[in-house]
Ligand binder design. Structure first.
Ligand code: AVJ
Length: 321
């Protein structure tokens, strides 16, 4: 609710039964403790993520935009006339606009997202900018089985779009599973996939430990959200942001570290944190170009061209479905 007053017991009880409440209770009861990064993206979390994308240290967004600007013409030529664009996640409209602007009469844009609200917002903005484009949002969890509407009469091939290295949030097994179902949805078309590359650990470290503390605020916002929505009593000064590169597993890990021995309440239960104990909040896997192509191939794609930036920070892959 919008109310800023303390939630009633009934409200807290209902919230505890939400997906966020159920998953946080399970996370607090298990060891090691870990939550899905999807819970970062409430209103404030989405705003903080947008701010991350503007940070000087956070190279992925601006690097991918520059790669897309450079390859959009070739992408448009490869997919052919009147394509249907299927975006996994209602992402940054800036990215898909680079593609739409290069395409020959795109037939339809189908953004898939779980959050109906966010989807409605981006759909309105896109309709205003592209009056001739048919925009058909699909409210679904694209990590699960998705059914797409039948192709429009007279439309060309389907182009899937999964930018931002969001694939890095998946475990290797989940990434394979996602790519397998995407290959099924896009059969006869292609997937344009953005993947962050393995690089010097100090560069990665800086991208997830920015000087302004925006990434720390993004991470800690999970506890702010739990206090507001679930009636928890996380002491925001008693947890700290921690992000580091786990080199053997090729991933950035984000955690919230307990700075002292403390207890936290959720739905009538008390959960102890030892000093130094963490809640693992996100993995962000990094890829080699060859490794990503091999993964895509195992999932049923035929890997085509790869575009990258001069520093080889980020990669955009053409995968034929
Ligand atoms: C949206 C998952 C691609 O992993 O870089 C940014 C999220 N987390 N800073 C990433 C994120 C901390 C981002 N992804």
């Amino acid at each position: 609710t919008e109310s800023t007053s303390t939630p009633t017991e009934t409200e807290t009880q209902a919230a505890a039964e939400s997906a966020f409440g159920v998953d946080l209770q399970a996370a607090l009861a298990e060891r090691p403790r870990s939550m899905s990064p999807k819970y970062f993206y409430d209103d404030q979390g989405s705003r903080l993520f947008d701010a991350i994308c503007e940070l000087p240290e956070y190279y992925p967004t601006r690097t991918e935009l520059s790669i897309l600007a450079a390859c959009a013409g070739e992408v448009a030529a490869r997919i052919g006339p009147r394509p249907e664009i299927v975006e996994f996640g209602a992402g940054s409209l800036r990215k898909v606009r680079l593609l739409l602007d290069a395409m020959q009469a795109p037939a339809r844009y189908l953004p898939i997202d779980i959050s109906g609200d966010y989807l409605q917002h981006s759909v309105q903005a896109l309709r205003a900018a592209y009056p001739a484009l048919e925009v058909q949002p699909v409210v679904a969890d694209y990590t699960q089985h998705v059914r797409l509407p039948a192709p429009l009469a007279g439309s060309g091939r389907r182009l899937g779009f999964f930018p931002g290295s969001t694939i890095g949030n998946f475990s290797p097994a989940e990434a394979l599973h996602f790519l397998q179902s995407a290959a099924g949805l896009l059969r006869g078309g292609a997937l344009l996939l953005g993947a962050d590359l393995i690089k010097q650990p100090d560069r990665l470290h800086a991208a997830y430990n920015d000087a302004q503390g925006v990434t720390a605020a993004f991470n800690l916002n999970l506890l702010v959200r739990a206090n507001r929505e679930l009636g928890c009593d996380f002491d925001l000064d008693a947890f700290a942001h921690s992000a580091f590169y786990n080199a053997p597993l090729r991933r950035i890990e984000m955690h919230l570290v307990s700075l002292c021995r403390q207890a936290v309440r959720l739905a009538g239960q008390s959960y102890e944190f030892e000093e130094g104990e963490t809640l693992h909040t996100e993995n962000s896997y990094k890829f080699s170009i060859a490794g990503l192509r091999e993964l895509a191939q195992r999932a049923g794609f035929r890997p085509g061209p790869v575009w990258t930036d001069p520093e080889r920070l980020f990669s955009v892959h053409w995968l034929e479905a």
